[in-house]
Design a protein. Structure first.
Length: 192
């Protein structure tokens, strides 16, 4: 049981895809201006990452490996991810048009988010079983959500702060992201 806990904490904090591995930076910077959009994007990414990872695990285990066609892994995983993102996009458009408008171009770009494909590829490389796949993919996407929520909260506070002219906008956002990244790298002593 502690093995699963280490997987979850490891990918959530220690090896956070945004702050430690620097994947998913485009939506991280693009949708983190408001907490509501950050939460919507984070929840969408959790849904897509977990489902695409489970699908990638099953496809790799039952189709690609038995037929020795692992070289198609990336193409197949991208097709699965694209289909799931289309599903998420349609659901959000029908259930929350305001969130759909707020996420804008970043919602279909979940397909090209490096975290989604990275997790799908890593679960096959690490040889995880199905439960480990679910825990790892949930932890990775929850880490993305954590990064978005922390960063959006800080950015909302920064808008109300008196920041020197030269540091306003993207400059202070990048400096803040760097400091957050350094703080998450401090977790590296917790789990190998």
């Amino acid at each position: 049981m502690t093995h699963y806990f280490y997987i979850l904490i490891g990918v959530l904090l220690v090896h956070n895809f945004v702050f430690s591995q620097f994947l998913g930076i485009c939506p991280f910077l693009g949708v983190s201006r408001r907490l509501e959009t950050a939460l919507g994007m984070g929840m969408s990414v959790i849904f897509v990452v977990v489902l695409s990872s489970v699908a990638a695990f099953l496809i790799n285990r039952w189709i690609l490996t038995p037929y020795h066609i692992q070289y198609l892994k990336t193409v197949v995983f991208i097709l699965v991810i694209a289909a799931l993102v289309q599903l998420v996009e349609m659901v959000i458009q029908k259930t929350s048009p305001v969130l759909y408008q707020a996420l804008g171009i970043y919602l279909p770009l979940i397909t090209t988010n490096c975290i989604v494909l990275g997790v799908a590829v890593l679960i096959t490389q690490k040889g995880f079983n199905l439960l480990e796949t679910i825990i790892y993919s949930f932890g990775a996407s929850a880490g993305f959500l954590l990064a978005l929520v922390l960063f959006s909260g800080i950015r909302e506070r920064l808008e109300l702060s008196d920041i020197p002219w030269a540091f306003r906008g993207t400059t202070i956002a990048l400096i803040t992201a760097g400091i957050l990244s350094l703080s998450f790298m401090g977790f590296s002593g917790l789990v190998r």
